[in-house]
Design a protein around this ligand. Sequence first.
Ligand code: NAD
Ligand code: A1AUG
Length: 543
Amino acid sequence: MNLGYFSYPMPANEPVLSYAPGSPEKKRLKEVLAELKNTQADIPMYIGAEEVRSGKKVALRPPHETAHTLGHFHAGDASHVTKAIDAALAARESWSNLSWENRANIFLKAADLIATKYRPYMNGTTMLGQSKNAYQAEIDSACELIDFLRFNVHFLSEIYRQQPISAPGIHNRLEFRPLEGFVLAVTPFNFTAIGGNLPTSAAMCGNVVVWKPANTQVYAAQMFMRILKEAGLPDGVINLIYVDGPTIGSVCFSHRDFAGVHFTGSTGVFNNMWETIGKNMHNYKSYPRIVGETGGKDFVLAHKSADPKVLATALLRGAFEYQGQKCSAASRAYIPSNIAEEVKKLLVDGINSFKMGTVEDFTNFINAVIDEKSFDKIKSYIDNAKNDANASVLVGGNCDKTKGYYIQPTVIEAKDPNYVTMCEEIFGPVLTIHVYDAEQFEKALELVDNTSPYALTGSIIAQDRYAVELATNKLRNAAGNFYINDKPTGAVVGQQPFGGARASGTNDKAGSILNLYRWLSARTIKETFNPPVDYGYPFMLEA
Ligand SMILES: NC(=O)c1ccc[n+]([C@@H]2O[C@H](COP(=O)([O-])OP(=O)(O)OC[C@H]3O[C@@H](n4cnc5c(N)ncnc54)[C@H](O)[C@@H]3O)[C@@H](O)[C@H]2O)c1
Ligand SMILES: N[C@@H](CCC=O)C(=O)O
């Protein structure tokens, strides 16, 4: 029964806590980190009402301290994927019929639980499981996740209000139905907030979901799942399983009720999904929604009018925060010759001042990269640069995996603007710079636009307003998130809707109203109050 239209006004962004020395939030976070480290977690899959323990245990270790074990999760197989789909479909009718305010308030309650008693647990599991320092965890697993939940509730309310006009004698209305089937959410390791957003944005719209996080993000993902349960999410609406990607794909993408995939991760995996879905089209009841935010090779282009300190700071933060493991991280920079020497010195000094180590020591700016595979891949790019005549390592370059996956933040200088590290996504703390002739700005713009297949984020650093305008226009399709005099990272929900085009994804802008439309299928209803009773037209009364 609907007895009123209940409003959900635009929320404010969740304030970022500072964790400054002596602050209560720092004290509490330290206590929780110690508690988590002293506990051996036994993490089940969540399928329907069940906590499923397969017995196939996978150990969870902090990337910065691989000798320590945080516990383990129970990995699943194809049978668990089927079970999760069945549980989702069984929950579908009741969930999709639940009133909007009762759906919405579950997610708002979850946001409040994260903002209060579970904040140190969301941050603590993210810090230990994904090797994020306290600030990087706070902006991700607390603030961004809370914002996703609150803003999406507001955006969906706005969608439900959008109704067609009605001519005299009729009433038209739009129902924003959930999709007919289940949605698969496949999420990456690097952002706990993305892990939380992909299943909940679809679920909020009345869909039922099978959620598969990256193995290296399970520690924080299960924490969020437990919070959703405590907030009142009914069984089966979101089913959290830990099954390898190809197995998930083979079961979900051949299922008749597969209604859509909400993916964030690498371009190669998404391309593979798209191809598989295309090949299986004949299986499905409806055309599935395919939403994917993928890789990046994000640029910073400086003009000769750039302030060297603004540029160096944008690079130090934009390239190295969270060890460069942000899809938005600055990984190629084009520096004009007039300020190149000064900027290089600022970069070298900045990097030499970085402290690297565990997340428990709050003085560390840099922690470890996510896993051994990633460590080996990043190291091979650095080793190749050390031995290539077209490149030189300006600073950094040391890699050590004896205690954790530590890669020293590294700047490579490429003489060749098409050198491999200027083009390929590395996803680690490696920035490649290319110095261009300061009088050849237009040529540099072309290089930026054409060097990489991606188009996710990018920045122009300039004081000259003509240069800013030229870059904004020429690079219109080179980035879905374009920054002026700022680093290319750190988009805030509600402020900078996030996503890129070209090989960076479908650009459905996570955390914005645009994304929610993808999880809805509108039905138009026309009601006629005084229906005609004669088929003829008035003009037919006379020849
Ligand atoms: N554009 C964005 O908004 C955005 C945000 C975060 C990360 N990313 C991208 O994500 C990547 C880093 O994250 P990652 O290492 O977790 O990415 P990934 O592609 O390796 O994994 C992402 C998810 O896909 C799963 N997966 C892997 N192979 C699969 C397969 N064959 N079938 C189905 N699922 C499969 C993984 O287990 C994980 O859950 C980078 O490329 C980064 O740019 C993009
Ligand atoms: N939205 C984040 C990046 C997400 C990808 O990893 C940012 O803007 O830095």
